[in-house]
Design a protein around this ligand. Sequence first.
Ligand SMILES: Cc1cc2nc3c(=O)[nH]c(=O)nc-3n(C[C@H](O)[C@H](O)[C@H](O)COP(=O)(O)OP(=O)(O)OC[C@H]3O[C@@H](n4cnc5c(N)ncnc54)[C@H](O)[C@@H]3O)c2cc1C
Length: 375
Amino acid sequence: MLRIDQLSYWEKQSYFESIDFVIIGAGIVGLSTAIYLNERFQNAKILILERGYLPSGASTKNAGFACFGSPTELRDDLEKMSEDKVWETVSLRYRGLQRLFSLVEENRINYTPCGSWDLIQNSDPLLEKSFICYLNEQTFKITGKKEVYAEDKNCLQIAKFKGFSSAYINRIEGSINTELLIQELYKTVISKNIRVLFGIAANHIHNYSSGVTLDTSIGEVSAANVFICTNGFAKQFLDSEDIEPARAQVLITKPIQDLKVQGTFHVDKGYTYFRNIDNRILLGGGRNLSFKEENSTQFENTAVIQNYLTTLLRNKLVPHQDVEIDYFWSGIMGIGKEKGPIVKKVNNNVYCGVRMGGMGVAIGAEVGYLLANTI
Ligand SMILES: Cc1cc2nc3c(=O)[nH]c(=O)nc-3n(C[C@H](O)[C@H](O)[C@H](O)COP(=O)(O)OP(=O)(O)OC[C@H]3O[C@@H](n4cnc5c(N)ncnc54)[C@H](O)[C@@H]3O)c2cc1C
């Protein structure tokens, strides 16, 4: 690959000279940050560096749930986090979805307000009615919508699931096409004259009082400020922050005739999730079966999780039909001991927006907005 010192005058001037903001990572957060920086500083020169030929973390690999919390996930969060923090996170997710829809038109990313269902396995204790009332009171404060959550066992019969004792609907969640979202953000970025270079890795950041220099795979890039939007890979630049990679594995079935599964579904505190896409099922999760092994930046699939997903699919989700799995993939998220993003100035001219967890579709655009406003 050509190095920067082999480029023409035009190329050097256009891409690499007098850069105000360089953004590392072209996922949801990197692209949104660029758009909001451009909104605030209209004459600023912005360059995005992405090491993959596509965004290569989670933004084009996720399940595309536009979601802000299933009952068992929220119950689990309430056991682990303070009540205020739990509702702050739900609020961030809901606000993030509104922010996302102010950036991209819903129909352009195939947004479907299909609702979501939390499926309760026989082994799970049933959720108390009073807990669902509490969820509704809290979500009303955030969304202004009444009765967001309710028990809805009908979906078990309609979809012909097996091995679940109950289900709870969230009426205002939905689904999107994850790749179309990135396309739309990318189109906006390009329309604003922001430069994007794919296939270039940032290796090291040197931070000076007057600006930053990045060592990259094609040579040195200087800028006034740098924004780290590399989520699951951020430890490379932020070794003292509470952020770790977390791999998530997914399968997609071959087309299924007369598919009854329609909508988005969560199982087991949100650790497992599935939805229809075209006439197939996309099923992911099971990271809680081997947290240690899934603390990885390697795009691989493991036998433990493949077996878990395959068994769940065949025995419980589509037990009445022969279903073929087409293929598996994986994506890398950024998580920490604490749930919630890190959006801050790291030092002099370095900023970061990382640790989206399994919520980046929901919060990514809002994190981009907040990050662009930290400077
Ligand atoms: C399987 C799966 C399912 C998910 N489902 C959902 C869901 O349904 N709903 C939801 O809200 N969230 C979901 N998520 C989470 C969501 O996808 C992420 O939180 C979100 O995409 C994170 O966006 P990001 O821009 O922060 O990071 P990323 O999309 O990971 O972007 C970071 C980018 O930085 C690049 N990069 C890394 N290091 C460097 C470097 N040194 N130099 C240059 N570039 C670099 C990477 O290639 C990558 O493209 C899911 C995630 C996975 C993996």
